[in-house]
Design a protein around this ligand. Sequence first.
Ligand SMILES: *Cc1c(COP(=O)(O)O)cnc(C)c1O
Length: 372
Amino acid sequence: MEVPALSLREQYETIRAPLEAAVAEVFESQLFILGPKVAQCEEAIADYCRCAHAVGVSSGTDALLICLMAEGIGPGDEVITTPYTFFATAGAIVRVGARPVFVDIDPTTYNLDPELLSAAVTPRTRAIMPVHLFGQMADMDPIMEVAAQQGLTVIEDAAQAIGAEYNARRAGSVGHYGCLSFFPSKNLGGAGDGGMVVTNDRGRAEKLAVLRVHGAEPKYHHACIGGNFRLDALQAAVVNVKVHHLDTWTAARQAGAARYDRLLGESGLVQDGTVALPRVHASRHVFNQYVIRVPERDELAAFLKDEGIGARVYYPVPLHLQECLRYLGYTDGSLPESERAARETLALPIYPELTDEQAHYVVDRICAFFAA
Ligand SMILES: *Cc1c(COP(=O)(O)O)cnc(C)c1O
């Protein structure tokens, strides 16, 4: 049996007709950049995230970048984030000329440990970028408390967590900005690159809208330097169709996670401490990834690959140990929980259309590995 890490085809087949109609409409209109499809998408996503405003941008990476630019963050400034995330989070900080300051993670949720936050704040700190990793929101209350005390901006990296909730608030709606990605493998994926920033602050939304068109306001008059951060109408058209299915897909991911919890629980591997299941602490985990912890991770990953199972490692090298960030001065052992997570975590296939049979096969093969 083959169990890919992700398969988008089944989902596509269920919405092929409305997707093709939406794409055809864009071609009929010949309006490819911003325009009514993007405006409609912004309204739908703002609603979905329970935010007042949304600004469509070219990717999740550019969403992070444009928020830092909107805050005027640059050389001499520090931005606190987690080292256990996709590279874009820290990459955006470095690209505006600021310095990433890494805070270690909570080993059970893999999100930034708020207990360690205060100690990382210096007079140069301007912002905190918490990441809602794998589809579960970071512990936002204490993060917002530190931010309020110190006058810091909070930019949520919600690329993996659209629709996730913490204390009844949705990802992206708690901080000053929320950054979303429509990369195809995210829970709400387009047909290429795309992203969005959500915010409850009208002034910030207006600034983002100017920055995404090279800072032009009005056209050909530039009071500030932005970039080409526009969202394509074709991507917006695809997202507009798919957003109506997101809650159904999320429910299927959650059911898939509960099924893994049950099957792995029944296997005995959890009780004897061989495998640690994902810990759900927030009120709505949307399971962009279902991540287990196993000390023999690399051996298990190789075994599962041979058995036709797409188990993946997110992420094998924490950001503080990346070659291009060596100048920051971190070394092996600086952020031990992030380093341990990078060695021990493994994501099992969790896309919404994964079948019962496939899930049983995955757990059966995990058991076979430990029985050998
Ligand atoms: C995917 C992702 C991004 C970047 O989004 P793109 O749309 O691929 O640029 C940023 N942060 C995290 C945590 C992500 O998972």
